[in-house]
Design a protein around this ligand. Structure first.
Ligand code: NAI
Length: 381
């Protein structure tokens, strides 16, 4: 991405700030992308990954940060969207020095970006970041369990919305049984679902099949399994034209970030009559848990994660009414919440002394984007 295309992309996609960081002393190459802080500071993970080059790292940071804005807005959180990426192999022996150098750059943003764990980073890494940055999130607990709870709430809402049925006897194929996928299988099994699972790690797959009675499926065939729901919980970009041609499931609801391979896929799914819950709707449970951790208040955590089901219904209802694809509908809903708040808050906010959320000057409102009761969940307010 050259300078012009970066500045054009920032303008086209309304990015507030993109920081490209280099530290010759440690060899650090990293990017901090802050998409939108209208609702609050931008909370998002630090990803460590060996990219093709720095341009690819910038592109990934931008995509992930923008999705975080919509995820937070739709979850009713007073948070903006951001993400940072370190362009390095996570197995590098000098990774701690890179993390430390990256943390110093995050510190220069004065709380506009709140870091958390992501692919390639660990809770230990966040302890290092915490020496330079306050607050950090995701140090106290693994958010994956809440992500899984939200995915299951989304599956339940999607299937019962269209069929009026419960999940008992529904067949769900989970691609990837790592931190999130394993919990998804466990929760689904408790609800009488017939789980199917695939993972490139045979030991992990064996364990999940033994423990929760899931049926193992070949990695190459999981997205084409003869089931009702596909739940991609591995890498992003897995749903492309080829996968769509082979898809037998009526529902696609998973945790994997940016699971659609390209921009035409939402329309293609709609044309095929497939009910697709956007990843940034279904996988918000982890973010909700991180936000509760930063605020130090878990009192409504479980209910807030379950509310992903109401948001799912609202998105699917609106998509049915308008004929638009679910990604367009969900982004419109998120933007309408952000736009409503934009007039009420200045672009940059002052640091509030002693606040857990350092750049929010007004008390957090916690107003839900969508009603929390199923009866009232017909559409956005
Ligand atoms: P993880 O790394 O713990 O698990 C991913 C699993 O997928 C691993 O077991 C891996 O062996 C497997 N896998 C990789 N490629 C595969 C393939 N082609 N076919 C089948 N299995 C494959 O990751 P985690 O934390 O469970 O996250 C899963 C997805 O959900 C990621 O895309 C992540 O970005 C997203 N996500 C995770 C959140 C969390 O709270 N952990 C929050 C929001 C999104």
């Amino acid at each position: 991405m050259n300078h012009t295309s970066l500045t054009n992309t920032m303008a086209d996609r309304d990015f507030e700030q993109v920081v490209v960081c280099r530290d010759p002393a440690t060899g650090l190459e990293s990017v901090i992308a802050v998409h939108d802080t209208t609702l609050g500071p931008a909370l998002g993970g630090i990803r460590m990954r060996a990219y093709r080059d720095l341009d690819a790292a910038v592109a990934d940071a931008l995509d992930l940060a923008e999705a975080m804005t919509y995820k937070a807005a739709l979850a009713g959180l007073d948070l903006g969207g951001g993400k940072s990426v370190i362009n390095a192999d996570p197995r590098r022996v000098d990774r701690e020095r890179l993390i430390e150098a990256h943390a110093r750059y995050i510190g220069t943003l004065g709380g506009r970006y709140i870091p958390a764990v992501d692919m390639g980073t660990t809770v230990h890494d966040l302890d290092i970041v915490g020496r330079h940055v306050t607050p950090v999130s995701g140090r106290r607990r693994d958010p994956s369990v809440f992500t899984a709870q939200g995915v299951v709430a989304a599956i339940r809402a999607a299937v019962t919305l269209r069929d009026g049925s419960t999940l008992s006897g529904v067949r769900v194929a989970v691609q990837g049984v790592g931190h999130v996928g394993r919990q998804v299988v466990a929760l689904l099994a408790q609800e009488g679902v017939e789980p199917y699972a695939a993972d490139v790690d045979p030991a992990r797959l064996d364990e999940v099949c033994r423990e929760f009675g899931a049926t193992p499926v070949d990695v190459e065939d999981i997205l084409a399994a003869d089931v009702d729901v596909i739940a991609p919980c591995a890498a992003g970009g897995v749903l492309d034209e080829r996968a769509l041609d082979r898809l037998k499931a009526r529902y696609v609801v998973g945790a994997a970030n940016n699971l659609l391979a390209h921009d035409a896929m939402p329309t293609r799914l709609t044309e095929r009559g497939i009910v697709h819950v956007p990843d940034f709707v279904a996988n918000a449970g982890g973010l909700i848990a991180c936000e509760a951790e930063v605020r130090g208040d878990d009192s409504s955590l479980s209910a807030d994660v379950e509310a992903i089901g109401h948001t799912t219904r609202a998105v699917l209802d609106r998509a049915l009414q308008t004929g638009a694809d679910t990604v367009t509908v969900a982004i419109d809903l998120a933007r309408s919440r952000i736009d409503a708040r934009r007039g009420a808050r200045p672009f940059f906010r002052d640091r509030r002394r002693g606040s857990a959320m350092p750049i929010v000057t007004t008390p957090p409102t916690r107003e839900p984007l969508l009603p929390r009761t199923p009866q009232a969940a017909g559409g956005p307010q």
